[in-house]
Design a protein around this ligand. Structure first.
Ligand code: COA
Ligand code: ZN
Length: 319
């Protein structure tokens, strides 16, 4: 059954969730000092970011980079209206996240068995069954649950991921009382057609479930997939500063769609994000300097569309 969709109307508010401090930093081997992480998050807040995946409460042996999760949360200048979310794989992560004072937890399970085994060392159903206790705890603590799904548009080990499997997990999350589901394109396998199929499969099963789309730009079509999401009426998107990102436990994973590039696209298309393009580009520049590496973001390199150059500084072609 196909469900009628209303595209996100021009002028409407689009939520951009900054995931660089989680998805971006988790894939960087050299430890980034906690104070530098805090500076970068503060620059994001200064740019108007209000939704952020700030860290993960995972095993510090699995992801040593995020071993300072609680210190980062305690150290940032947290705006009163900011929603701080953290990724968690299990109940222990949920307990640590609650103690650190998050506003939301992003539970992680992969839609494909092989990636779930690689990423969290258990089957999909084992992960889901532990989320019962996670949801109960979060409910008691008044913390929102965002039901995350990795490999939602394809798996680097298994290939095609059927939209029905995505819808099954969305239904499960709905029964747990999750506020939304997030479809993660772990290794950039999404295309406009697969995005549409996954959204429609979820809507057929749980029509009132809020959907967040989380794309990686591994094959260069991340923003095209956002356009498909908008035309399907999806108003929540994850993106990462400078286009950092990638799962260390997924072969071939590279960066997320870039926050500045997404903000630029949305702004030029008449949507409101509440994020200042210049401010978020400054945060990306700070991230680039901190990491000492060139990031993939395009706006970072080119500036906005109406950037003007001094003709005096450009050579004239002489034939
Ligand atoms: N935070 C901190 N420590 C944790 C933890 C958590 N959320 N969950 C488990 N641990 C600790 C246990 O206490 C135990 O410690 P000990 O050996 O000192 O007693 C150890 O980790 C092993 O616990 P176990 O439950 O057997 O975990 P595991 O070895 O099966 O690993 C995960 C499972 C989920 C903890 C691990 O695979 C993980 O952290 N994965 C996250 C991967 C990730 O972040 N991917 C990128 C995001 S998509
Ligand atoms: Zn990701």
């Amino acid at each position: 059954m196909t469900h009628a969709t209303t595209p996100a109307p021009e002028g409407s508010a689009i939520t951009v969730c900054e995931v660089g401090p989680r998805d971006g930093f988790q894939n960087i081997k050299t430890f980034i000092p906690t104070a530098r992480k805090i500076d970068i998050v503060n620059a994001m807040f200064a740019a108007g970011v209000r939704h952020i995946q700030i860290t993960s409460f995972v095993s510090p042996r699995a992801v040593p980079q995020l071993a300072d999760a609680a210190e980062v949360i305690a150290g940032v200048d947290r705006p009163a209206d900011a929603m701080l979310a953290a990724l968690i794989p299990n109940l222990k992560g949920a307990e640590r996240a609650a103690a650190a004072g998050v506003d939301a937890v992003h539970t992680v399970v992969s839609v494909s068995e092989t990636h779930n085994l690689k990423n969290v060392n258990r089957s999909v159903d084992q992960s889901l069954s532990e989320f019962d206790a996670v949801a109960a705890l979060m409910h008691r603590e008044g913390i929102a649950v965002e039901g995350g799904m990795a490999t939602a548009f394809g798996c680097p080990f298994e290939g095609i991921v059927p939209p029905e499997n995505v819808a099954r997990i969305a239904k499960y999350y709905h029964e747990l009382g999750a506020a939304s589901v997030s479809l993660g394109d772990t290794t950039g396998m999404a295309t406009p057609a697969t995005v549409k199929a996954a959204i429609q499969a979820i809507r057929a099963e749980v029509p009132d479930m809020e959907i967040t789309l989380h794309f990686h730009n591994t094959r260069g079509v991340g923003l095209a997939c956002v356009m498909t999401g908008l035309s399907e009426g999806v108003t929540h998107y994850d993106a990462s500063i400078g286009g950092l990102g990638g799962c260390p436990f997924a072969a071939g994973a590279t960066g997320n769609i870039c926050t500045e590039d997404l903000v630029y696209l949305l702004q030029e298309s008449g949507y409101e994000t509440g994020i200042d393009l210049e401010g978020i580009t400054a945060a990306a520049r700070l991230t680039q300097e901190t990491l000492g590496q060139t990031l993939p973001g395009q706006i970072l390199k080119a500036g906005p569309r109406l950037r003007r150059y001094d003709p005096q500084l450009t050579v004239t072609a002489e034939g």
